[in-house]
Design a protein around this ligand. Sequence first.
Ligand SMILES: [Zn+2]
Length: 221
Amino acid sequence: MNFSESYINIHTHHKAKDENVIAVVDLSSQENPDFLSERYVSYGIHPWHLTEENTDLKLHRLQTALQSAIFAIGEVGLDKLQGAEIISQEKVFQEVILLSEQYQKSLIIHCVKAWEQLLAARKMSRTNLPWIVHGFHGSKELARQLLEHGLFLSFGESLLRNISLQSTFSSVPLNKIFLETDDADMSIEDVYICAAKVKNISLEGLKQTVAENFITVFNLK
Ligand SMILES: [Zn+2]
């Protein structure tokens, strides 16, 4: 597989339709996910769908998924605006981190207004595994902090219409970025075109860079 000839969509809830797209498809919301349906599948515990009652079941399902050799764990994370109490979310996130260590799988992270908790968890885990914050749309300063802790940042739909996010994006080193469509009804190619423009590099150069990041983060060599 020549990754640099493909558009890499690091987080989506839809299967890739085009042959020139490699999509990491999130199957977390499916009751009985078919992990063999796609080569690049992620499975996690979305904080929105977490309750006190379903925690054990969700963790058990994640463990089963990991035994089916999923590609990445995600989306998982912390959300102060939706889902269970943040303290319960943190507990589950700790368990997920342990599983990611055990199976050596990277995390694709959903984080809303819980950056302090996320960075604390990162520090406490002492992990070297790459974590990717998906759908990043924060400030330059926040981006800087996350990068300092070894995190990767993935940008999606907002990049096309949010000027201040474009400014943040231009400050993030190329070897730390990913691109995604999440659940938006759009093509990953459009995100790449916008991102290349903001970074003032060629589309080919951007594809090459993201491919290298993909290979590095997921140990594909
Ligand atoms: Zn998502």
